[in-house]
Design a protein around this ligand. Sequence first.
Ligand code: HEC
Ligand code: HEC
Ligand code: HEC
Ligand code: HEC
Ligand code: HEC
Ligand code: HEC
Ligand code: HEC
Ligand code: HEC
Ligand code: HEC
Length: 439
Amino acid sequence: MGSSLRRITAIKARLHARLTLVVRLVLAAAMLFAASPSSGAADSAISQLDEQCLACHSSKGMEMKLANGDVLSLQVEGAAFAKSVHSKIGCAVCHADTSFENHPPIKRKIAGSREYSLAMTKVCESCHAPVAKQYEGSIHAAQLRDGNAYAPVCTDCHSPHAVMAKQAYEASTGAPCSKCHDPIFTAYTGSVHGQATLGCSSCHNAHDVSAASKGDRLKSACLGCHQDALEAHQKWLPNAGRHFDAVSCPACHSPNAKRKVDLRLYDAVAKERVAEKEGVPQFESRARLADAKGGGLDALALRSLLRGFNSEGTDTTLRGRLEVSTGVEAHQLVRSAQAIRDCAKCHQQGADPFQSVTVSIVGPDGRQVRYGAKPEVLNSIISVDSVSGFYAIGGTRIKLLDWLLALAVLGGIGAPLGHMTIRWLFKKYAKRISGKEDS
Ligand code: HEC
Ligand code: HEC
Ligand code: HEC
Ligand code: HEC
Ligand code: HEC
Ligand code: HEC
Ligand code: HEC
Ligand code: HEC
Ligand code: HEC
């Protein structure tokens, strides 16, 4: 009994010695980082100089009025700062132009709190250049350049005096993204991923966040974690690769969502989506011009819209994609046992998803610009050549083409395509194409 107690005491002592050594090493390393020459007090996370700043700035309710009437809170939580990754850097490094000597009061004019943030976050870039570069390429930075007052800068996502290590973000609170995308966050918490406490950035990244509809990035993110997904779908879904291109993952995995078709303007020569030319938006004005009656593009209007784009010598067609109607619905993914497997949900005359149609182009910041179209454009002989990349049998096929297909497959028996025959046809057709699938 006594000896084991002694052993424990000895271990504790050794541990203590080792811990202090670790602490000392950490502090020494931190000193090297700290650009402030005065981070003196080794036993406090906060230097004496910083304590002096905090002597005033930890006061509750301390604030100042800015030129435009905004009120800037001047209170800094000392305890949170002490725990933050920057505690060793010291106030003076980031606030080089606000010293004991030159304030209070502040001599320069601060226009407003947004202007203050925009100017102050420059300091973050000075030490985190690679991250800042990623951020510059994001939709958030593009929105900022466009003058969107709600686009996040560094300090909207990282509380400037309580910056934590990256592991501390998001898990269950959704912070920092939930602050501005709350409806999506709320929807997301109930989803398979929300419950597995994946953060928003596991699909969207944290800094180089791009427009959701841009390229294949989100699909690649899904397949990056679910590497066997294509193979798993091939077992029951004919030409699964084609479905993955033409149907968004949430369209099947968010089963209660409203689904719709988006027809994307596509340059058949350059093999990429058509993007609005920088500074000269044409899509909406052209669409409105074509849609003289204002009820959404019909087949003729759609053709004339495409002609407008093709008059510049390009070969613009349309690529269909079946997707969910809203961003909120894209985040309500459920367990796969509840996902849509019923072919008739899509492959049936008049199937729901084909009753709502938009036409879209890539906008200047990468987000889509959409214009409504009438569902009939999917079934009209007029638009058949332009809606070339998108034939969902039953769902969108022009009746005549359904007939031709039926004749080809059935070897001449032209029966009216009822629900059951369509299902049967799928089986045959599926077998025929599954041989060359994804080859
Ligand atoms: C004697 C109290 C006091 C001390 C000490 C003090 N401040 Fe201030 N600080 C103020 C007051 C008061 C204001 C508001 C000035 C105004 O209204 O013109 C202010 C404003 C600020 C601002 C906002 C405006 C700006 O210039 O960006 C910052 C940042 C700031 N102080 C940082 C610091 C730092 C860093 C230290 C330590 C080096 C420090 N302060 C020390 C009282 C103090
Ligand atoms: C890592 C850099 C960094 C350090 C270290 C830092 N600050 Fe700041 N501080 C900022 C930035 C950036 C802002 C602007 C925040 C915003 O509004 O976007 C700011 C804003 C302020 C403000 C204005 C009010 C506000 O919160 O926006 C005060 C006051 C202030 N800091 C005081 C301090 C004091 C005191 C310390 C040390 C205890 C300190 N800061 C340490 C970067 C820093
Ligand atoms: C839209 C929110 C958001 C904005 C804006 C943002 N960050 Fe982050 N940042 C995060 C999140 C979330 C994490 C942690 C998760 C991760 O790294 O995936 C993070 C992690 C970091 C990290 C540590 C991980 C790494 O990638 O090195 C640094 C450093 C960082 N941010 C600095 C910055 C700077 C500097 C800016 C401004 C140029 C900035 N952040 C803007 C959300 C943001
Ligand atoms: C004077 C240089 C300096 C400035 C200015 C600075 N940082 Fe840092 N930052 C650091 C250092 C050093 C670390 C610690 C790196 C480490 O632990 O690997 C750090 C760590 C971080 C981390 C956590 C990194 C991780 O890997 O988990 C984030 C997030 C971060 N900083 C964001 C910011 C933001 C936002 C600003 C602006 C308000 C800012 N930094 C300003 C030097 C700076
Ligand atoms: C300070 C507010 C703010 C914060 C915090 C914020 N965002 Fe955003 N975000 C915006 C704004 C504003 C836009 C552009 C307009 C829009 O789409 O509403 C945007 C756009 C986006 C888009 C593109 C939307 C589209 O239509 O394609 C995505 C994706 C996105 N944010 C993800 C995130 C993620 C992930 C985080 C957290 C790491 C985050 N946001 C944090 C304000 C914010
Ligand atoms: C499992 C991957 C995944 C996660 C995690 C995720 N998203 Fe998304 N997000 C998507 C997909 C997929 C889309 C829709 C893309 C499409 O088909 O257009 C999307 C779209 C968006 C959009 C654009 C919505 C619109 O109206 O077009 C925003 C904003 C967004 N996400 C923010 C967030 C936020 C905030 C979080 C965290 C609460 C989050 N996302 C978590 C996959 C994800
Ligand atoms: C046509 C509808 C449909 C589309 C499109 C679809 N899925 Fe599925 N998915 C399902 C169904 C139904 C199941 C369940 C199959 C089962 O239980 O046998 C499933 C199962 C899964 C599973 C779990 C099964 C496993 O073992 O891998 C994952 C993960 C998954 N899908 C991811 C995706 C991703 C990622 C995409 C987009 C690239 C996608 N799905 C597109 C209908 C679809
Ligand atoms: C960072 C990795 C990661 C990314 C990215 C990701 N997932 Fe997941 N996914 C998971 C994890 C972890 C689970 C939960 C597994 C569990 O609880 O069994 C999951 C679960 C699922 C399930 C339920 C599987 C089942 O067996 O019921 C589906 C479906 C799914 N994900 C689809 C997607 C889709 C679609 C995307 C892209 C929009 C995506 N995932 C992106 C990691 C990821
Ligand atoms: C969520 C809607 C949806 C579901 C569910 C769905 N499909 Fe499809 N399917 C489509 C769309 C959209 C296309 C058009 C693809 C294109 O034009 O590239 C398509 C294309 C096809 C094609 C033609 C492929 C090609 O190469 O042209 C076949 C065959 C097919 N589906 C069979 C099925 C079968 C069998 C099922 C059920 C096991 C099924 N689909 C479930 C939407 C769906």
